[in-house]
Design a protein around this ligand. Structure first.
Ligand code: ATP
Ligand code: ATP
Ligand code: MG
Ligand code: MG
Ligand code: MG
Ligand code: MG
Length: 271
């Protein structure tokens, strides 16, 4: 095809290819979700519908991009880890990031009614996106540990904050004042002594966030129910290439990804 005389403007586009052999992490985060949660009457501190909808949207991204080896989500954010040698979109950072954040956002809106039933969405939500490259496995694990530690710190604080507001009748300002300068141990004690709540008994989804990984089926049982039939009941979904093999299972976990155990149990993630 003949080039037009305008074609030269293409050269103004910046090259943004991700460095080879690095983990590519895309993190999306809801824009002003403090307000979005208020307007949509999210249960405080943790609305299961909101968290599960985030996870559904993340699964859509994982289904579309097979090179995503792990997703980690908490609150209004999700991180997607692309394998080190991925060649998706020729490793163009803005192309990967914009496609992920846009598919995530449209999926969040698409699946909203499934989680919020008749409650309608009041305005279109937006998510931001960023690309971060990690050159080593330790950097990647530390990144994920950082997000999970953030989940824990925020959840412990928010659990105390909302107990004081909802059950003690404090104003948000009073609650904030009471928690100022407290250590984790103080917060655990407050929950235990004043609200008979053992923090460690709260659901793992709140305390640890959500991890999604692919897992190869080790053994295929020909007589078992089809994986697609199983998926709605145990929230494990399957995707196929061809009729039968290979089968990749998507597992939703609320594991500790800071300690060694998770990584020894799932060595294939860092392969
Ligand atoms: P920004 O645009 O800078 O990200 P933000 O208001 O989204 O601003 P975040 O730090 O991302 O700020 O925090 C997200 C907020 O969304 C939380 O503080 C919480 O109030 C709310 N939120 C998100 N998901 C839930 C949920 N499932 N249940 C309850 N609240 C939630
Ligand atoms: P990529 O993901 O690389 O952008 P693409 O299939 O979107 O792939 P484009 O070069 O962006 O390729 O072209 C968009 C295509 O979408 C057009 O070729 C056309 O077939 C189709 N299309 C988009 N909008 C319309 C429309 N309003 N009416 C008819 N066809 C449309
Ligand atoms: Mg923020
Ligand atoms: Mg946000
Ligand atoms: Mg956030
Ligand atoms: Mg197009």
């Amino acid at each position: 095809m003949a080039k037009s005389k305008f074609e030269y403007v293409k050269q103004f586009e910046a090259e943004d290819k991700c460095l080879p052999n690095c983990w590519i992490v895309i993190r999306v985060d809801g824009k002003s979700f403090h307000r979005f949660a208020d307007v949509h009457h999210f249960v405080k501190p943790n609305d299961d519908r909101g968290l599960n909808l985030m996870t559904r949207a993340a699964q859509c991204v994982m289904d579309e991009y097979k090179d995503v080896v792990l997703c980690y989500g908490q609150s209004d954010e999700y991180s997607f880890v692309f394998k080190k040698n991925t060649n998706v979109f020729n490793r163009r950072g803005s192309k990967i990031m914009s496609n992920v954040v846009s598919l995530f956002t449209s999926s969040y809106v698409f699946y909203w009614p499934r989680y919020f039933n008749t409650q309608s969405m009041q305005y279109p939500p937006a998510f931001d996106g960023r690309v971060v490259l990690y050159p080593g496995d330790k950097n990647l694990r530390d990144y994920l540990a950082w997000r999970q530690a953030d989940c824990h710190i925020n959840n412990l604080y928010n659990t105390c904050f909302w107990k004081l507001v909802q059950e003690r009748g404090l104003t948000p300002a009073q609650s904030q004042e009471k928690l100022k300068g407290t250590l984790s141990s103080d917060k655990n004690e407050l929950l235990f002594n004043d609200f008979s709540l053992n923090y460690n008994n709260l659901p793992e989804m709140y305390r640890k966030g959500t991890v999604i990984i692919h897992q190869k089926e080790k053994e295929l049982d020909a007589n078992s129910m089809s994986p697609l039939e199983r998926s709605p009941r145990n929230s494990v979904s399957f995707s196929f290439q061809g009729d039968y093999i290979p089968r990749t299972r998507v597992q939703i976990l609320h594991s500790d990804i800071i300690s060694e155990k998770f990584w020894t149990e799932h060595p294939q993630i860092l392969d």
